[in-house]
Design a protein around this ligand. Structure first.
Ligand code: NAD
Length: 311
């Protein structure tokens, strides 16, 4: 029951994810507000629709890959949105892979489960929603090796697993609705703080007379080893094939990191939890964006914040 897939949001990530589904043999219909993004598919004969509603009419499942919560709300509840087209819906499963706040995911999931299905499909009487954000970035989206962290009903997760595995290599079930979104923002806050810690340590080390290459060797065989030191080193010239080796171009932008940290800060505030490192990391990434590095990879914090170089 998941042959016809509607894919909405064909940007850096969505373009590759939708392409991998086409390669896997799914019948895809697409939509994006950006005409150029849409054209890449319509030119290949893939049905491209002007509204989310039209996509929903010919799909069993909808996947959204949009920048932020407000875009996801537009696509679901806006005029011509997924939930407003008919009194009875065709798709029985809605998967949102955007990184958004768990509260919005939970609210949408509740609203979706109140809708009615055009015809009963599988085990579902009402449509279901999964939040399924991804980790791995653009190269993993292209290679089909993303990791999906999924919240929602477990039966729906199991039914959708083949779809996830056409776009990724790993899926982790996180529990009820919103838990995938929660997992993603926790992952990204830990990644941001580790990147800041490693960058700060490299700058201090250099000022104390230890080169970044020596310190990297030490970190990677000591207790400070982490992804930011051994897989995504922020110091130019230490590793090949990472954004720091190409002037911090490509990769995961500071703007998206600032957005994810803002989600973590507001989720913590909502439940009255103190997360001082998250707030500090958010402020640093907001400052980088204000200085004009919003489109640079987030590891540029080493050069443009700690080293104080603005070129
Ligand atoms: P992007 O900005 O490249 O793509 C988003 C696409 O959504 C664009 O094509 C845009 O035109 C479209 N869009 C926006 N509003 C729309 C609307 N109302 N209706 C239809 N289309 C709309 O973003 P991306 O890099 O592909 O990221 C998408 C999501 O995945 C974000 O939440 C991001 O945080 C997350 N993510 C990104 C990465 C990464 O490395 N880029 C990694 C993991 C997760």
């Amino acid at each position: 029951h998941l042959e016809r897939v509607g894919f909405i949001g064909l940007g850096n990530m969505g373009f590759h994810m939708a392409s991998n589904l086409i390669t896997a043999g799914y019948k895809i219909t697409v939509h994006d507000i950006n005409y150029n993004a849409l054209k890449k598919f319509s030119e290949k004969g893939i049905p491209a629709k002007e509204t989310p509603c039209e996509v929903a009419e010919s799909s069993d499942v909808i996947i959204t890959m949009l920048p932020s919560s407000s875009n996801v709300l537009d696509v679901y509840t806006g005029r011509n949105g997924l939930l407003h087209c008919r009194s009875h819906l065709s798709p029985w499963l809605f998967i949102d892979s955007s990184t958004i706040d768990p509260q919005t995911s939970r609210m949408l999931s509740t609203n979706i489960s109140k809708c009615l299905l055009k015809e009963k499909k599988g085990f579902a009487n009402n449509p279901l929603m999964l939040d399924a954000p991804v980790s791995g970035g653009v190269p993993a989206a292209q290679a089909g090796t993303l990791t999906f962290m999924v919240g929602g009903l477990e039966e729906a997760y199991l039914a959708a697993k083949p779809l996830f595995l056409s776009m990724g290599k790993q899926t982790i079930y996180c529990g009820s609705s919103g838990n995938g979104a929660a997992a993603k923002i926790c992952n990204n806050l830990a990644m941001a703080v580790s990147m800041l810690g490693v960058s700060e340590a490299f700058v201090l080390g250099q000022h104390l007379g230890i080169t970044a290459s020596t310190l990297t060797k030490i970190f990677n065989s000591s207790s400070a080893r982490c992804w930011s030191s051994d897989s995504y080193n922020p110091v130019p010239g230490i590793m090949e094939g990472v954004p720091s080796s190409r002037n911090y171009d490509g990769g995961f932008t500071s703007k998206l990191m600032a957005k994810d940290l803002t989600l973590a800060v507001s989720s913590a505030a909502e439940i009255g939890l103190k997360c001082p490192l998250t707030s500090e990391a958010r402020d640093i990434y907001m400052e980088l964006c204000e200085k004009g590095y919003d489109s640079k990879d987030f590891s540029c914090v080493f050069r443009h914040y700690y080293s104080g170089k603005d070129e």
